[in-house]
Design a protein around this ligand. Structure first.
Ligand code: PLP
Length: 404
């Protein structure tokens, strides 16, 4: 009844696309041999390096995030190589599955669905690897299923402290352009990214940022197939070599626009905006939870929560699913499902949801999501504590005052 108006897909990817990005893509097919497109692409590389905080290599594959995982795995490893995967949710597990399917021996440390990587367990695992068999440690920066954020610099510190030479590879698909990332300062060797989350471009670009050290150490990797091989892409002298074929023409115009928008706002301001919006969502959930012990943020410690997505229990099941359906039908808002928290055929599945606040999102969008969630809880008789919207509004007011 009240859904007409601009819909808001508040799921953790694809994220809301700015009109500026859409407009930049709205054009005739460009020449892929000379002219504006090849010129534009040369401006993307330095800006993408700045975004990740690296002076290393960058490559773009026509692929989604799963493709970017495969690009990373195919170049990092040879058949039978060992990897140590630090899993903190469905996406860490997914990266391990991709590696295993290619023939990598991926050993997993699983930290469950509600906690970050425990650095002391990592230390024990690395020390037990006397022969330094692990070629790389794979970890998700923000796991989009659990919304946990891992301490990437802390993981590098453990590797260095125990003198383990493994490369550090980080999935930043859900965090790039949302949460602070300083690839070189934090000693990261490889970052996996994708276009449809913090980068505000439609799905279709898989990105890798790679250190010199990783390129050097992976010279002999034998899982490469021609399409995923990063060597030609990092040393391209002809335009087609960046893509191993036709360029993702329109996505590149969109990406140029989104990088311009990030530069105009300032990357640190973009991070601060995401942090403030995340805190407003957390404040609302905490207030709702005061009146219903089944409403609870998934991650207890604020320092371990990602700033682009919030996973929560909204029970008892099936209240989360009822609320999602109500919002989509009556408020024009689509919330995320509770991915990986329970099997889809388990009734408990319907007691989890996720709220995305990722990319092109501002205060009215996030406060609007929270207010319509509360309207839905009232309409559906879902018990909830008072004061959630006041608390969220206060976070926004204080963030603005603090930045002035
Ligand atoms: C979205 C996401 C992926 C998967 O990306 P797809 O484009 O759906 O293949 C992987 N890792 C993380 C952290 C993500 O958020």
């Amino acid at each position: 009844m009240l859904a007409n108006g601009r819909p808001y897909l508040a799921i953790p990817g694809p994220s809301a696309m700015p009109d500026r990005v859409l407009a930049a893509m709205h054009r005739a097919a460009p020449n892929i041999y000379a002219g504006p497109l090849p010129d534009l692409v040369e401006t993307l590389w330095p800006d993408l390096r700045r975004l990740a905080g690296t002076s290393g290599h960058v490559g773009i594959w026509i692929a989604n995030g799963h493709g970017a995982w495969e690009a990373a795995n195919a170049n990092l490893f040879s058949r039978g190589d060992k990897a140590l995967v630090l899993a903190t949710g469905r996406f860490g597990i997914g990266w391990a599955e991709s590696a295993r399917a290619l023939g990598v021996e991926a050993e997993m440390l699983d930290f469950g669905r509600a906690a970050p990587v425990d650095l002391s367990r990592l230390e024990v695992a690395l020390k037990a690897d006397h022969t330094h068999a692990f070629k790389a440690v794979l970890v998700t920066h923000v796991d989009t299923a659990t919304s946990v954020k891992n301490d990437v610099a802390g993981i590098r510190a453990v590797l260095d402290a125990v003198g383990h030479p493994a490369l550090l590879a980080v999935d930043c698909i859900a965090s790039m352009g949302c949460d602070e990332m300083r690839m070189d300062d934090w000693g990261v060797d490889l970052i996996v990214g994708a276009s449809q989350k913090g980068l505000m471009v439609p799905p279709g670009l898989g990105l890798l940022w790679v250190s010199d050290r990783a390129v050097e150490r992976c010279r002999q990797s034998d899982l490469r197939t021609p399409y995923w091989d990063w060597r030609q892409r990092f040393t391209a002298t002809e335009f087609w070599q960046y893509w191993n074929g036709t360029a993702p023409t329109h996505h590149l115009f969109g990406l140029r626009e989104s990088l311009d928008m990030i530069a105009e706002e300032g990357l640190e301001n973009v991070w601060a905006r995401h942090a403030a919006l995340a805190r407003s969502v957390w404040a609302a959930f905490e207030a709702w939870g005061q009146g219903n012990s089944q409403i609870r943020l998934n991650i207890a410690g604020p320092a371990h929560r990602g700033h682009s997505v919030t996973a929560a229990r909204l029970g008892p099941a099936p209240n989360a699913t009822r609320l999602r359906a109500w919002l989509e039908k009556n408020a024009g808002v689509t919330l995320g499902i509770g991915l990986g928290m329970a099997a889809p055929d388990d009734p408990a599945y319907h007691g989890f949801l996720r709220v995305a606040h990722m990319g092109h999102v501002n205060a009215h969008m996030t406060l609007g999501v929270l207010a319509t969630m509360q309207a839905g809880m009232v309409a559906l008789d879902i018990p909830h504590g008072p004061g959630a919207l006041d608390a969220a509004a206060r976070v926004v007011a204080e963030a603005v005052a603090g930045a002035a």
